[in-house]
Write a protein that binds this ligand. Sequence first.
Ligand code: CTP
Ligand code: MG
Length: 333
Amino acid sequence: MPPAAAVVGRSIMKAFQHLATQDLHTRRVEEAYRVVVECVTAVDPAMRLYMFGSTAVYGVHEKGSDVDFVALSETDVEDGKGEDAATQVAKGLQAEFLGKLARVVRQKHFSWNVEEVRRTRVPVIRVKGGSGVDFDITVNRRNGVRNSALLRAYFEQDPPCRWLSMGVKRWSKRVGLNASVVGGSITSYGFNLMVVYYLLQRGALQFIPPTAIDVAKVAPVPPYLPLEPPQNDGVELGERVLDFLQFYMNEFDAARHVISLSRPGITTKEQLNWTKDAEDRARMNGEKINYQWCIEDPYELNLNVGRNVTPLKRDFLRKHMDKARETALLTST
Ligand code: CTP
Ligand code: MG
């Protein structure tokens, strides 16, 4: 028998106790924003800087979490619903800009560690700053800003849902399912898409068409969205968490369906042609694409955010979800 919802909720609240005494205001990353703006301006004064990722999605900044930045041209912003180019040429131009930016960052902040990552789907520079904030910088890509704004718009419909997301993210990192840890296969972003899809299926949120999100209307530095402690001593949170696990363990049809925010209702693998046949042929950067646990990216054409979930990793996912019911997302042990 899994523990009662009240026990689960209280246990998760306790795991996040440290947040009660922290300043979660997004102004805490404004200093990092200013520093990066200065560097970007030195390369090209016409570029604008946007913050996205968890700070934008939640509207709070947790101590220690990294910050995502993207430098956008005026045209990128004005054409705020435009598609991002995915060509090799576009990638090359992005890498070139980031190379210049990396040089400037190194010049201005010689003690920082600046790494240019080129092998990824999206060229990025990874900066480990001395001031305690680490950040990633990309360029000319609107999709991160758009998908963060989309997730945020969902969480704004029901701000306490952020606790479910934060609980799931913490758990995914601790059990090794999160792509940020060795052997992990689903990014925090992927888990957020899972959380929102579950809430949509339950009718707890109203569908938002991804096309509605326009970068031109998004604030470059995300506004603060205060995080109130869970109501009712965590009973609803506990219910949500148990129901989330129940949904993905017993209701979601992973063999036929796709976790998707692209359209309301059910999306099938068939519809996207994410079939066994396509799986056998598809490669990205030489690596196999799996269609075992399908999460459709709302903006990137034909991209499975769950592509690294192999049959073995899908089994891990199931086993960890099963255990998570007993351990309140690994907070009670
Ligand atoms: N992102 C994306 N496509 C991916 C992975 C990430 O577009 N396949 C973008 C999303 O905009 C996401 C941001 O990169 O919000 C940061 O991703 P991630 O680090 O996975 O999520 P966070 O919410 O920042 O979580 P964490 O606290 O673990 O950093
Ligand atoms: Mg992040």
